[in-house]
Design a protein. Sequence first.
Length: 434
Amino acid sequence: MAPMYVSRVPSVYSLQQLEEDSLFPRKGVLSAPEKPVSELAGSLLPKLSFAARTGYKSKRVRSFGDLQRVPDIDDYSWPSVSSDEESSEGTVPSLAAQPAEAGISLLDMVLLAEWEDRAEQDLFRYDVTACPTKLVPGPYGFVAQFNEGRGSKKRPTEFRIDQVCQPFDDKKFNFTKALQKEVLFQFEEGLSSGKQAYAASALVPASPNLVFINVSPIEYGHVLLVPRVLDKISQVVDPRTLLLALEFCHEADNPYFRLCYNSLGAYATVNHLHFQAYYLSAPFAVERAPTAEVMMGLKRRRGEVRISQLAEYPVRGLVFEAGSSLAEMADVVGEACQRLQKANIPHNLFVVDCGQRVFLFPNAFAEAKANNLVPEDLLDSQVDPAGFEISGHLILKRQQDYDNITQDWVWRLLSYASLSAEGFADFAKLALDC
């Protein structure tokens, strides 16, 4: 099987083009790049504005029930895939940009251009584009990446793994300590014109929503969305903050852009509310997995939000599909997360289909590990499955694990993150308030 390599975005996204071509936004301006985010008062940062919607036209989703193929969203043409790429076993098409008129969103253009700029400034701890990636043989198409930097250069966890809710601690790392040059842009609700707007330089509000680079990236374009950064919210989700994350996915308007949330105890490493997102030009394994109706006695709908559960997948989880309102989706899933936080149940969220589908996983791996239930060979891999790993993107720190990975090995590893059937039934009743 041939390895995959992530390709950099071509010159259609280059900063020079953004500055010279009137079809593209200008490069962002940061007035105090070397100052910490805590000193944002009076600073200028780029700003991308979006219009909050009371409703939207739902697109056909890509996900579910076909282990051979996950279809693209209607009329979406980026990244392009040649017939050779489609038939090449073990490869995934690279990120290949098309002209702006092909439908690339403003958020995509700005995010990738500014992310590339930070790469040129050498702000990342390693070059993620040099990390080999391959498809794991098998019908689910798990994706494996060999990334030594995530093991040796990733920030260590500073918090207890047995408490989902912990007070914010100013003495430990949080995103107010990051430098302003790590910020790509503000992400704020703007006018109700229904369109995105971009300002290359804008004063920041009292506590802005910021999009940062992830200095230890998993994939190309890996960013962090930090709601109301100066409010210093600990790593817990509510409907309001989840709605911002869903709007972020919706504004990207790109089926290859997925977003993840990890609670404390489910492998979040920073106790400052943040969501992670990046581009991967392949289906995640969980997108291929079939679903089934939720168990008897549980609600299958909340308003227009349809609720189901995963079937034939190593980690049990709930699946939420939006109707015509992202706000309604945020209410249903956000309230479920609040109940889990109160019950001290570690959990992960995985958002696909431009915000229209959300997976909610209880994560039992840390508990199984603490109780010496995880076999030694799995522990030796140093893979602690958080949201992206559970969903099908495995980040491996050792060459031997990357070379020898199989679908059976992945399935066995992830199964230790799953609750039992009985435990999941209790979890679902709690999450759905039944």
